[in-house]
Design a protein around this ligand. Structure first.
Ligand code: TXA
Ligand code: MG
Length: 324
């Protein structure tokens, strides 16, 4: 059955209270939500997304003050960061309380908590007596949705309702942080909150996890191939790369430049040169290019600062499957 898209918060609330799946808008990307405290409802998320069950879910709460209901310990630094950056695109990995079902965390003792900033999402969460478990509302491994229409494309018939909150303003998934034994911040996924902002707030450099080949990734943000379009994607200098694929139908993704390459269909993410704007456009453009059925996508390497870092991270993962 075709899934309805609309702006009816009452309907979204009622369906979630019945244990159904509802796609919800957030400022980062759309989420595929269910009652986080109901393991049967949560199981439906994994089925709809064809998501492996070793991949844990983020729990969305309406206010950071509720965090204490779901986690057993909040480091002082986490409190300060939450005060500064939530609601917003920052997710915290913290030790879970028993009320969080194991299916949410894939058996881990840590749960991922986030307070989304999107007003419609906040209104919905504010009405519910439970938090919402929600991964991005796409099929596993594909590009995250930044529009209600993207959710419809990926999950039509598999979700009870799509709550339309317009275009996601951040456009990239949240930044995920955890804490080591001495409660120092570790960044597990670069995302919608820039690393520089975290570092400026903390007054020091953050660390990234050290991982050996054999260890399973702790977050899918660490999977090598993820967020990938169906079209083969290469990164580097667009003019150089374009000359290496004669006769191919080529689409390009650049930051602010347009190239004198007539045979290339060019998508410029921010003519004005804003990385924030570019991040907001990246996933939509990747989907648009997929729909064109180009042979290849050529993408620039973005400035490695602010959201450019998260853009490069997503482009690198999108690229990994197609490495020649
Ligand atoms: O912006 C976002 O974070 C969006 C919106 C919907 O909130 N959500 C999102 O969810 O991107 P998802 O499932 O696509 O990515 C969540 C990441 C995954 O890489 C997952 O492995 C990690 O969070 N994660 C969740 N719970 C975890 C846990 N207990 N331990 C380690 N990683 C966890
Ligand atoms: Mg995802």
């Amino acid at each position: 059955m075709e899934t309805l898209t609309g702006t009816d918060i009452d309907k979204a609330q009622a369906l979630l209270e019945q244990g159904c799946l509802v796609a919800i808008p957030t400022e980062t990307v759309y989420g595929l939500a269910a009652n986080a405290l109901d393991p049967e409802a949560v199981l439906k998320i994994f089925e709809a997304k064809q998501r492996p069950q070793f991949n844990p879910l983020i729990v969305h709460i309406s206010d950071w003050a509720d965090a204490e209901h779901y986690v057993s310990h909040i480091p002082a630094t986490a409190q300060l960061l939450a005060k500064a950056f939530t609601p917003g695109p920052l997710t915290f990995l913290l030790p879970k309380k028993d009320i969080i079902p194991d299916i949410i965390t894939s058996g881990s003792s840590l749960v991922a908590l986030r307070v989304p900033a999107h007003p419609v999402c906040r209104a919905l969460l504010g009405r519910l007596s439970f938090p919402l478990a929600a991964p991005s509302a796409n099929e596993f491994g594909y590009i995250s949705p930044t529009l209600a229409a993207h959710v419809q494309q990926s999950l039509d018939g598999k979700v009870a309702y799509i709550l339309d909150g317009g275009a996601a303003t951040v456009g990239l998934e949240s930044t995920i942080i955890g804490f080591d034994e001495s409660e120092e911040v570790i960044v597990y996924r670069v995302g919608g909150l820039g690393i520089e902002q975290l570092e400026a707030f903390l007054g020091k450099k953050v660390r990234f996890p050290v991982r050996t080949q054999e260890q399973a990734p702790l977050t899918s943000g660490q999977l090598k191939s993820h967020y990938a379009p169906h079209t083969a994607l290469y990164t580097g200098d667009i003019s150089d790369l374009a000359s290496q694929f004669p006769g191919k139908k080529i689409a390009s993704i650049s930051f602010s430049n347009t190239y004198p390459l007539e045979h290339v269909q060019q998508f410029v993410l921010s003519p004005a040169g804003s990385l924030t704007e570019a991040a907001g456009n990246l996933f939509r453009v990747m989907r648009e290019i997929d729909a064109l059925q180009a042979d290849i996508i050529l993408a620039e390497i973005f400035p490695d600062e602010g959201l450019g870092r998260a853009i490069n991270d997503r482009l690198n993962r999108a690229r990994a499957v197609f490495k020649p």
